[in-house]
Write a protein that binds this ligand. Structure first.
Ligand SMILES: CC(C)(COP(=O)(O)OP(=O)(O)OC[C@H]1O[C@@H](n2cnc3c(N)ncnc32)[C@H](O)[C@@H]1OP(=O)(O)O)[C@@H](O)C(=O)NCCC(=O)NCCS
Length: 382
């Protein structure tokens, strides 16, 4: 044995490294395709809903009627959060980012979970469903407290997607917005071996618990290179302000080697299929609301970016058009990334459940490039 000091394959950012085998989802980065359990994302966005797609990701097949009804019932039943957490939300500093709140509250939910000392598959499935049911409530409650509004409690008559909109805005969504909320959640639910999913799996692989895994994933998703990008996209649109400003802004940013948020992807070197669907919804919603300013700026950014960077495989990703939709729906900017987490918890937990069936602890290595054979110098001689 020797110290690992070179002459091994090293992949910066684990690019191209295969860390697991999965049957949950797959991405064709060259063609811009995404499938969940073999079904193209476009079909699910058109025909399915949150509950059905969650079932598909967790259990491998689309549910039969009674299976779907059972899952819906379980999700509705667990929406409310312990009063202790509501009090924590009320006491939290109002400038806390909802992603910090979500991470903290998920950790606390672990203490209240009825299966907290049980790491069996059955308990982990129940925890997955409970976390999926509870996370929207945490985000919506805190978001309303932050805005000085009364809490809107979950409505058991509403679907998961409708209820999220209702708790955030206080209004029951119409059919069109209900469909859009389902589409948003379906498109964000799963994306293979991304940074936050890997973070969850690393924690789970030590045979730690589901809540710890999801806390790690929320922390990873928060970063602007991952789910945090959607919030930054809206900030960029606001900074640019007009269609005329787009060209100079983008060219200058690229000259300064700055990243344009909502563009680029480790795997997609073509147009992200999720962005294509969201763009259509963003266009339609902008027209319907009579507020086309942001979509016009965004489409101009896309044009300039594809002209400048398309050859390098840089295209809009899922975060580019979602912020415009959320803004038009009246959601405050700080809940954009939490909405991503509310959907992605299904993918995170599905991967943890899958990986634990043939678990092996994740333990990569690093090349050591520090000094060798260094003398120990006593403290009074340093
Ligand atoms: C997603 C992301 C982190 C992937 O990073 P990655 O796979 O490590 O890609 P790299 O950092 O190796 O970038 C490859 C090249 O593309 C450029 N690039 C990648 N994304 C870019 C962006 N958004 N804007 C401008 N240039 C970008 C890099 O500068 C680099 O150029 P170089 O080869 O001239 O140095 C990256 O594209 C990014 O930072 N995007 C913006 C944040 C974002 O939208 N994240 C959400 C992802 S869903």
């Amino acid at each position: 044995m020797a110290f690992l000091t070179g002459e091994v394959t090293y992949s910066r950012g684990l690019e191209g490294v295969v860390a697991a085998i999965t049957s949950i989802a797959a991405i064709d980065g060259e063609e811009g395709k995404l499938i969940y359990r073999g079904i193209p994302i476009e079909l699910l966005a058109e025909k399915s809903n949150f509950e059905e797609t969650a079932y598909l990701l967790w259990f491998g097949d689309l549910p039969k009627k009674d299976e779907l009804e059972n899952l819906k019932r379980d999700l509705v039943e667990h929406r409310e959060i312990p009063q202790f957490l509501v009090d924590c939300l009320k006491g939290a500093p109002k400038d806390t980012h909802p992603m910090e709140i979500l991470r903290t509250c998920v950790s606390m939910l672990g203490c209240f979970d009825p299966d907290k000392n049980d790491n069996s598959r059955g308990a982990n499935i129940r925890k997955s469903i409970r976390l999926t049911a509870q996370m929207p409530t945490i985000v919506a409650y805190y978001s309303r407290l932050r805005r000085g509004l009364e809490l809107v409690h979950p409505d058991p008559k509403l679907s998961h997607a409708q209820n999220l909109y209702y708790m955030l805005t206080g209004e029951v969504p119409n059919e069109e917005i209900s469909k859009l909320m389902d589409v948003i959640l379906i498109l964000h639910m799963e994306h293979g071996m991304n940074a936050s999913t890997f973070a969850a799996m690393v924690v789970a692989s030590t045979l730690s618990d589901m809540h710890s895994s999801i806390c790690a994933a929320i922390g990873a998703l928060r970063g602007p290179l991952h789910g945090g990008a959607n919030e930054r996209v809206l900030e960029m649109l606001q900074e640019i302000g007009t269609v005329e400003n787009v060209e100079p802004y983008i060219l200058n940013a690229l000259k300064e080697h700055r990243r344009i948020m909502g563009f680029g992807h480790r795997v997609y070197k073509a147009y992200d299929p999720r962005a294509r669907i969201l763009k259509e919804y963003a266009e339609r919603l902008s027209r319907e609301k009579g507020d086309t300013k942001w979509i016009e700026i965004a489409e101009k950014i896309e044009e300039v970016m594809i002209r400048e960077k398309g050859k390098k495989g840089i295209f809009p990703n899922v975060d580019f058009y979602s912020g415009i939709i959320y803004n038009l729906l009246g959601f405050p900017k700080e809940v954009f990334t939490p909405i991503f987490a509310i959907a992605r918890v299904v993918g995170w937990t599905a991967h943890v459940l899958e990986y634990l069936q043939a678990n092996r602890i994740f333990r990569p290595r690093a090349i050591y490039n520090g000094p060798l054979d260094v003398e120990y110098i006593p403290i009074d001689k340093r």
